[in-house]
Write a protein of this length. Structure first.
Length: 206
């Protein structure tokens, strides 16, 4: 009787162990699948091209873009966003990762933007920015008031001497439909993407 009882007990233990292994494998597969979904559809890796966002982001640094940031909400002022350049309806170009631009949002749809004496005016009021940016020397086309369309954003480089942004007449218009998402992380060195500090390193936030 004791031998039979022990055999039954061992058999039940083996079955229990097999069940635990089975459910562990199911959970592992689900975790891997969910991670794959997040990487494929919620996040995107891109590289910073150029020096326009120094000292927040430097040329060649890899960043992670949250593509779900603006599915329900609109981009907010001060956010660092990634976007594709506006396409020419008559001669559309193929967009790829090398086409991605990264800048900071300053003006929101419907607002009037102007830069005078190195200061940014939003609807006639001086904009107080959260981070310490270098002084703006040239206002470019923002020397005159710019009225943004209902789906248009005004963006600036963090390196304010670099006019490869909405101050430049040849720079792309930034529309919500062109925005990929919010730049949330840089990978090397790993940190949150916020803004420049007085020491030239990225500050967390936004």
């Amino acid at each position: 009787m004791n031998l039979r009882f022990e055999e039954e007990t061992k058999k039940e233990r083996r079955i229990q162990v097999l069940k635990e292994i089975f459910w562990f494998l199911i959970a592992a597969v689900l975790v891997i699948f969910i991670a794959w979904l997040i990487v494929q559809f919620a996040m995107k890796k891109a590289g910073m091209i150029g020096s326009a966002m120094e000292p927040t982001l430097f040329n060649g640094e890899d960043v992670i873009i949250n593509k779900t940031s603006y599915l329900m909400l609109s981009p907010h002022r001060g956010a660092v966003v990634a976007f594709y350049p506006e396409q020419d309806e008559n001669e559309p170009e193929e967009l790829n990762d090398s086409s991605i631009l990264i800048r900071r949002i300053i003006g929101l749809p419907g607002e009037t933007i102007q830069i005078r004496d190195g200061k940014i005016y939003v609807d006639g009021t001086v904009l107080e920015e959260e981070y310490p940016f270098e002084n703006i020397i040239s206002a470019g086309r923002a020397n005159d008031e710019i009225k943004l369309e209902n789906d248009e954003y005004f963006v600036l480089s963090d390196k304010r001497a670099d006019q490869d942004d909405s101050r430049n007449t040849t720079f792309t218009r930034v529309r919500k439909s062109n925005i990929i998402g919010k730049v949330i992380l840089r990978l090397n060195p790993f940190s949150m993407v916020g803004g420049p500090t007085s020491t030239g390193t990225a500050a967390e936030g936004q």
